[in-house]
Design a protein around this ligand. Structure first.
Ligand code: FAD
Ligand code: DLZ
Ligand code: SF4
Length: 509
């Protein structure tokens, strides 16, 4: 019988992945390929490339040990064509295989590339998600507005997580009002585990350093886990050490602690080393055994079976071109500060600095610091999307694009969320300790020392008055503006224009 090629991509490292379940180990050949194109179609952070390549090498070794025939292309192989399509065609010519089976990729770019390959390709659905594309489409059908909260309740019912007799445990679906606290700076918090690079990872680190020398981000020290065993240890650490405070500290930011009580599990979930259901079940068990409170456990489970599934559903439902949307017509280029250029804004300096060093920032840093600044300043959502896709260890388009284009930049015109995440410096001041060490003053609303968020916030609202003034959740802000005296209004808009001119001239802000 003629062999078939079974493609396994760098974010499909799950032994039970659909393409492997559809394959016959006695007949078929697994294809895995480290290719430059995947590392550089956007300039991925070197730690992200290293994580994926090392995890791929470990996964391929495990598959071979289980008896699979694996053809594996390494980054430096002489005959590497450096694209996924090129490697499939090369392996087909080498082996005589006439057909490809692949789990549907998480990015339209690659779905299209596989669908147009000059070989028959069967794309099997990626059933590592709890909600299939068809189920999401059925949920979305006929709804004028999508709201995560309604979707989330369906997912609670479907999975049975934190449910008792058809009702939510604790009598409420959502405990967010108990969260959103400031973090105590002097509290002892156990550090997330770091994993010493083994020989495979050390080889990868050398090769990545040589192949992608110009990408933004430091490669070492590298401490991410690269196997399922590592990922399970990271999960155990989170459940025991950080989950109890996860809810309380979910929205907080501290200069000295870039990770607080976050799980750091997104890279393992997204490349397939952990499954969404197993992490939720572990969190639920911690609640039932009294190790973690309900506000923390419900909040964590909501992020996974709510937000994570919801954003994927929206990305897949929309089809190709999701990331091209620009409802607010924002055109400004991405300022150099996002690539480590100097800035006097302490919050941005910290968020970007830790991104460079760790390839990680938590949700509120992404949403309310780098995201909100770009929204207020009218940065091109496409430039920002490329940045987020490049710099984070967990970034894959199905999850990054809806968060950036939809949630953070409102560039989808309000499909994902009902109002833009526009905020003045007061939000950052309330949730962090950044403002105390900043050259700008968060309490000043106008003048050269005024926090740029304070100035740009009003400029944004006024620029988009036609679109947002009728939004009931924003009407109060327009009333506040209208009551402001004319001098203050003029000073605010002049101050914002000054900041924007500096950005446009490539000057430090
Ligand atoms: P925790 O705070 O511990 O949360 C637990 C888990 O919930 C995460 O591991 C993640 O799987 C899930 N989760 C939480 N929030 C979201 C969300 N909004 N969407 C989807 N899943 C969520 N997440 C990514 O996985 N990849 C991305 O490329 C990505 N890009 C983002 C871009 C922007 C502009 C914003 C605002 C958010 C983005 N997120 C992305 C969502 C979120 O910031 C990360 O999932 C989270 O910071 C990962 O760190 P953690 O594992 O410590 O998360
Ligand atoms: C992100 C990434 C990188 C950096 N390198 C590879 C690679 O060399 N080979 C591979 O199969 N996958 C890689 N990936 C992951 C893919 O980009 C990912 O599968 C698609 O973006 C779809 O989510
Ligand atoms: Fe950021 Fe403004 Fe606070 Fe400075 S004052 S850290 S710019 S929010």
């Amino acid at each position: 019988m003629v062999a078939r090629l079974i493609l396994i991509l760098g974010d499909q490292l799950t032994p039970e992945i659909a393409a492997l379940r559809a394959a016959d180990p006695a007949r078929d050949i697994v294809v895995m390929a480290e290719v430059r194109r995947e590392g550089s179609y956007v300039p991925h952070h070197p730690q992200k490339i290293a994580l994926i390549l090392s995890a791929m090498r470990h996964f391929a070794k495990a598959l071979s040990a289980q008896g699979w025939r694996v053809t594996y292309t390494r980054l430096n192989d002489a005959d590497n064509s450096h694209s996924i399509e090129g490697e499939l065609l090369r392996r087909a010519a080498e082996t005589g295989a006439t057909e490809v089976i692949a789990t549907r990729p998480g990015e339209w770019r690659l779905i299209t590339a596989l669908e147009t390959l000059p070989l028959p390709v069967t794309l099997v659905p990626d059933d590592r998600f709890l909600c299939s594309d068809a189920e999401f489409a059925a949920w979305a059908e006929g709804r004028k507005q999508f709201r995560m909260e309604w979707f989330y309740r369906e997912m609670r019912r479907k999975t049975g997580l934190l449910m008792q007799g058809g009702a939510p445990v604790g009598g409420q679906w959502n405990f967010d009002h108990d969260n959103r606290k400031r973090a105590q700076p002097d509290l002892f918090r156990p550090r997330p585990p770091r994993f010493a690079p083994d020989q495979i990872t050390q080889d990868v680190l050398e090769e990545v350093a040589a192949a992608f020398p110009d990408h933004f981000g430091t490669l070492t020290p590298f401490g991410w886990g690269v196997t399922r065993t590592d990922a399970l240890r990271a999960l155990e650490w989170f459940i025991d050490q950080a989950l109890p405070r996860f809810g309380d500290e979910q929205d907080a930011m501290l200069q000295q602690d870039p990770t607080l009580s976050h799980s750091l599990l997104s890279p393992y979930l997204n490349i397939g080393l952990l499954t969404p259901m197993e992490v939720c079940t572990a969190a639920e068990a911690a609640f039932h055994s009294g190790k973690a409170p309900l506000n923390a456990v419900e909040g964590f489970i909501r992020q996974i079976i709510g937000w994570r599934e919801y954003v994927r559903g929206i990305y897949m439902l929309h089809g190709p071109g999701y990331a091209d949307q620009n409802a607010l017509n924002a055109r400004r280029p991405l300022p150099a500060l996002y690539w480590g250029g100097k800035t006097q804004m302490n919050c941005l300096s910290h968020a970007v600095g830790q991104t460079r060093d760790l390839a990680y920032a938590h949700h509120i840093q992404r949403l309310m610091v780098t995201g909100t600044f770009a929204l207020l300043a009218g940065i091109s959502p496409q430039a920002l999307h490329e940045w987020y896709l490049s710099v984070y260890i967990d970034a894959f388009e199905w999850v990054e694009a809806p968060n950036t284009i939809g949630m953070s930049q409102f560039a989808d015109g309000g499909v994902l969320g009902s109002k833009p995440y526009a905020a003045s410096g007061a939000y950052i001041d309330r949730m962090s300790d950044y403002c105390g060490g900043c050259r700008y003053s968060v309490s000043q609303k106008t003048g050269p020392d005024a926090c740029p968020f304070n100035l740009l916030y009003w400029d944004f609202l006024i620029r988009h008055r036609d679109r947002f003034a009728g939004n009931p959740r924003m009407a109060q802000m327009y009333r506040t503006w209208d009551k402001m005296d004319a001098t203050r209004q003029r000073d605010t808009l002049d101050g914002a224009a000054r900041i924007l001119r500096r950005l446009d001239a490539g000057q430090e802000v």
